[in-house]
Design a protein around this ligand. Structure first.
Ligand code: NAG
Ligand code: NAG
Ligand code: NAG
Ligand code: NAG
Ligand code: NAG
Length: 347
């Protein structure tokens, strides 16, 4: 594809051109906008199909029950009362009497772009596991994504969502780099917090239990996504083969970020915050398109510190392969994390 070539050229250029800064938007913006426009049209055509099959409704019910199951006890008691009061209704009716209704009724859709930036901090070979918090301090974040194939309008089953984000003070696990916290800290190579993979079920859904990301220089708060399709699971619970159908980044509302950043240990980070509106990836992913790469969310309790549930629907092109755009900083191996010496001038 034309735009893939452009992306490769751009990626190879960026490593040389901007050695000091974090991440760059040097791929073809025009190509991406073209894709976003076409993909949006394709996914709009899917809406009826998804409704008829009950996929949208089941997603609402499922998301509501996740919130119920994870609510902090005091809140749960209040909500239990509501549930009891409306026990003749379906789960969906119950949620329609709760404050989350508006959130669940929204059907947020992010059209994944063809060659979204992988950034300099992907670690290949991570473990397939749902709870990726390890013992890292920070606010609990339950992430829920539903992957829809824009070519067939069907949920994508057996897709592996590869996720990663920085910790509360803006450092990624698994990467030793002067752009990533203390560049002399070799012990970080063996850390795996906020990284892992999960397989989508028959509804195209995968979930993680992770930490709300902090921030670092030049970037808005974000979560990374790689979507692996047709991959195989090894006996040590890692993935091999298949193809990368998508690479992208997802975001959070600024007012939510502000609340999180006011709490400890997020507030120990003195690096200036980059607002969503000023983030180059947000700009490219939303320019001239209907793509909405922001998580819908609800709080699991009364304050952000009780935890956050975020969800999103992603439309992706399973015919596409973006393997060549997936540069990685390191690989998790049986002998711990190993830096990738071919990852360009990232270090
Ligand atoms: C549940 O129903 C009782 C009796 O009608 C009412 O007093 C109470 O306020 C209701 N609780 C909620 C949370 O709606
Ligand atoms: C974030 O990760 C870095 C590297 O592992 C670590 O030095 C730092 O203490 C972590 N932040 C918090 C709040 O634990
Ligand atoms: C999906 O990817 C294939 C292969 O790269 C491409 O031919 C097709 O145009 C893409 N579909 C959309 C909607 O961009
Ligand atoms: C998992 O097994 C593969 C194949 O033997 C190996 O290359 C990889 O290093 C292993 N990963 C871990 C985390 O043990
Ligand atoms: C990383 O873990 C491996 C064992 O999994 C160990 O051999 C290695 O020394 C560790 N590296 C560091 C820097 O701690």
């Amino acid at each position: 594809m034309h735009f893939q070539k452009l992306a490769i050229l751009a990626l190879s250029g960026l490593a040389v051109a901007h050695p000091g800064s974090h991440e760059h938007g040097s791929y073809s913006v025009a190509s991406k906008r073209h894709f976003l426009h076409n993909a949006r049209r394709s996914l709009d055509l899917c809406a009826n199909h998804l409704d008829k099959r009950g996929i949208n409704e089941r997603a609402k019910v499922r998301r509501a029950s996740i919130v119920e199951a994870n609510k902090k006890r005091t809140v749960l008691a209040r909500d239990l009362e509501k549930v009891v009061n409306t026990s003749h209704h379906s789960t969906l009716d119950v949620t329609s009497s709760t404050s989350e209704t508006e959130l669940f009724n929204a059907n947020p859709t992010c059209i994944l772009a063809p060659e979204g930036e992988v950034g300099p901090f992907w670690v290949s070979g991570e473990l397939i596991r749902k709870d990726i918090r390890d013992d890292e301090p920070g606010i609990q974040l339950i992430l829920d994504a539903q992957f829809i194939d824009i070519n067939t309008c069907e949920p994508i089953e057996d897709l592996y969502w590869d996720v990663w984000n920085c910790n509360a003070t803006g450092v990624y696990s698994g990467v030793q780099s002067s752009m990533n916290g203390n560049g002399n800290d070799a012990s970080n190579l063996n850390k795996t917090f906020a990284r892992g993979l999960q397989k989508t079920d028959s509804e195209g859904v995968a979930q993680f239990n992770t930490l709300f990301p902090g921030h670092y220089s030049g970037r808005a708060t974000h979560i990374h996504v790689i979507a692996h399709t047709q991959a195989h699971v090894l006996s040590n619970n890692t993935l091999t083969g298949g193809q990368i159908s998508h690479i992208g980044q997802l975001f959070f509302d600024q007012d939510l970020i502000t609340k999180v950043e006011a709490t400890s240990p997020y507030n120990e980070n003195t690096v200036a915050i980059t607002q969503n509106a000023n983030d180059h990836v947000v700009q490219v992913e939303t320019a001239n398109s209907d793509s909405d790469p922001f998580f819908e969310y609800t709080l699991l309790g009364d304050t952000v510190e009780d935890g956050i549930f975020g969800w999103i629907t992603l439309g992706i092109n399973t015919s596409a392969s973006h393997d060549s755009d997936a540069s990685y900083a390191a690989t998790l191996t049986a002998n711990g994390g190993v830096s990738n010496s071919n990852s360009g001038s990232m270090f």
